[in-house]
Design a binder for this molecule. Structure first.
Ligand code: B12
Ligand code: SF4
Ligand code: SF4
Length: 288
């Protein structure tokens, strides 16, 4: 059954015109075919997230109950979807330093619409098959908040859902590295349909990052033009400010978009589009 669901999500993704944008005479895709993973709503990891991240962090049950009432989710599945950024966009940002390319800014400004449409299509598909489903980030309970340890956090994280569903691990850059790399967008849907969870092909939070698994790399540190990534990890406040600096505001006007993103840390790095492997010549630790 899971294969059928994965096939369906890939087909739905292929049918959406919002994944296309015009560049001169060409019609190009923002994202390649999605990756799909499954986690049980009763996976103890979701309680561990609450313990480690904070009491404010929501479990799948709390989110589902907001929509369908108390006790609505005794069993079920988190379906996590990764949308890998297409090669043409990766290429456009590789040559950039300091600022993203015009093409990348298109992705930041409009790629979210496609992700939202695909998410709605997945929910509609679940409903057609007689199952209830919600998108956590559309719940009335979902919110962004500031806590002492994190200036920009939320009470449901899409990358934690992806981690639980076996789709990837965290990294020095803060982002999730999937088997299609770090350059992606991701969303999740919670359903009361009980499906077999995927096995996580890793045991540690940072298994796919070379900085943690091989004492090497750190390429994202020098790629980051906002000084937000160091050997101590990712500082989301610096990233946030950098993306709203006067230079970036001017860039929004120049490119004619409401946001440009930056994402230099997601291209021209060994983890860009696959799980990175250490090359002998790359040995050596990053400085701080
Ligand atoms: C708020 C937000 C931001 C804020 C702050 C980011 C942040 N907190 O890391 C700002 C505006 C700065 C930002 C920037 C960017 N973002 Co953003 N952002 C989000 C958003 C909406 C929520 C993130 C969040 O609060 N998570 C909750 C907290 C708890 O988790 P976390 O910080 O992600 O996780 C860390 C800690 O929990 C820590 N940790 C500590 N203890 C423990 C214990 C356990 C058990 C675990 C598991 C983890 C853990 O490890 C994690 C990794 O550092 C998500 C969408 C979503 N709803 O999830 C997108 C999202 C994370 N962003 C995304 C992207 C692409 C970006 C940018 C590249 C955009 C850009 N500017 O070009 C940058 C760079 C990010 C980077 N280097 O990681 C993608 C990430 C894709 C990926 N490969 O990981 C997401 C998932 C959006 C999406 N739908 O695809 N973002
Ligand atoms: S560039 Fe290297 S250190 Fe940075 S996240 Fe990717 S693998 Fe880890
Ligand atoms: S999005 Fe830009 S500023 Fe933020 S961490 Fe990545 S490279 Fe640095």
């Amino acid at each position: 059954m899971k294969e059928q669901i994965v096939r369906k999500i890939i087909d739905l993704a292929g049918s959406l015109s919002s994944n296309r944008w015009r560049s001169g005479d060409d019609l190009l895709a923002y994202f390649d075919e999605p990756l799909v993973g499954f986690a049980s709503v009763n996976d103890p990891l979701f309680l561990k997230y609450k313990q480690d991240i904070g009491e404010f962090y929501l479990t799948p049950q709390e989110l589902f109950e907001e929509e369908f009432g108390s006790g609505a989710l005794s069993a079920g599945t988190i379906i996590s979807v990764i949308l890998p950024v297409s090669e043409v966009l990766l290429q456009s940002n590789r040559g950039q330093s300091g600022f993203p390319s015009r093409e990348w800014a298109q992705l930041s400004a409009y790629g979210g619409q496609y992700a939202a449409e695909l998410r709605s299509s997945v929910i509609a598909y679940m409903n057609q098959l007689g199952h209830r489903a919600i998108a956590p980030v559309l719940s009335l309970k979902w919110k962004t908040l500031q806590v002492p340890s994190n200036a920009h956090t939320t009470n449901w994280s899409e990358r934690h859902a992806a981690y639980a569903a076996g789709l990837g691990t965290f990294s020095l850059a803060g982002a999730l590295i999937s088997k299609r790399g770090i350059a992606h967008r991701t969303f999740s849907v919670i359903t009361d349909w009980e499906l077999e969870p995927d096995k996580r092909p890793y045991t540690g939070l940072y298994d796919y990052c070379l900085y943690y698994n091989s004492d090497s790399c750190g390429a994202c540190v020098s790629r980051c033009s906002g000084g937000a990534i160091t050997a101590r990890g990712y500082n989301n406040e610096l990233c946030y400010r950098h993306n709203r600096s006067p230079q970036y505001m001017a860039l929004r006007a120049e490119y004619g978009v409401e946001k440009t993103g930056c994402s230099l840390c997601q291209t021209k790095v060994p983890c860009e589009k696959s799980i990175p492997v250490q090359k002998r010549s790359d040995r050596g630790l990053v400085g701080d």
